[in-house]
Design a protein around this ligand. Structure first.
Ligand SMILES: N[C@@H](CCC(=O)N[C@@H](CS)C(=O)NCC(=O)O)C(=O)O
Length: 220
């Protein structure tokens, strides 16, 4: 049994979808950002970085989306392609790192510039720069999806959950996703997956709980 510490709309959506796709036995723990729950000692004992996601396993917590993805892929079949060489294996890691270390920081600048700079002019400027920076990266995703249903071809993988979350964040962040039809069509295919629907329903429940408690942050 795993426990996933998560917040609705955040990048914990990636392991949430993954756990659903895997059919894993897991419990979801809502992290109340507005209460600063992620900076409290009990949470910091699990994840000293004070961020979601954190996946608690029988052998202890795992943080960082890339590590959680690689761990879950080692426990369940069908989450990432089977690498047939050392190079293949690191190329899969490179793709995950592209999402976490290249795309995600641009998403943050686009959606939460107010956490980085003060004042409306500076935040507008950071956001505009993020939109500019996202275009060439969106082109990489667009090319990768050319003629394919999923990132690795015919078979769904965690990479698809990751780019789906990025699409969701930039789509609501003023980025012209309509310029990237392969990525938009990919998001629609994701929307239709039963596991994705279950994951989003669980997020909706978490969001409703936050709203009932007056603790629903406006993401971006
Ligand atoms: N490198 C981390 C990034 C995690 C991250 O930035 N999580 C955000 C949500 S998308 C968070 O917890 N933000 C709260 C905060 O920084 O206070 C990963 O890939 O898991």
């Amino acid at each position: 049994m795993f426990t996933l510490f998560a917040a609705p709309g955040s990048c914990s959506r990636v392991p949430l979808i993954t756990l659903e796709e895997a059919g894993a036995d897991y419990k979801l723990e809502l992290v109340r950002f507005m209460q600063g729950a992620h900076k409290q000692p009990d949470y910091l004992a699990l994840n000293p970085k004070g961020k979601v996601p954190c996946l608690v396993t029988e052998t202890g917590p795992i943080t960082e989306n890339v590590a959680i993805a690689l761990f879950l892929a080692s426990q369940f079949d069908g989450l990432l392609p089977k690498a047939s060489s050392a190079r293949d294996a690191v190329l899969i890691t490179a793709d995950l790192a592209f999402c976490s270390a290249t795309l995600h920081p641009i998403v943050s600048r686009m959606r939460v510039p107010m956490f980085m700079v003060e004042g409306p002019e500076a935040t507008a400027s950071v956001k505009a720069k993020a939109i500019e920076a996202m275009h060439p990266m969106a082109a990489v995703v667009e090319t990768a999806l050319d003629g394919k249903d999923w990132w690795f071809g015919d078979t769904w993988s965690i990479l698809d959950a990751y780019i789906y979350w990025v699409f969701f964040r930039i789509n609501g962040g003023g980025f012209p996703t309509d310029q990237y039809p392969n990525w938009a069509a990919h998001a629609k295919r994701m929307d239709a997956r039963p596991a994705v629907r279950r994951a989003l329903a669980k997020e909706a429940d978490m969001q409703a709980a936050l709203e009932a408690e007056g603790l629903a942050p406006k993401m971006g």
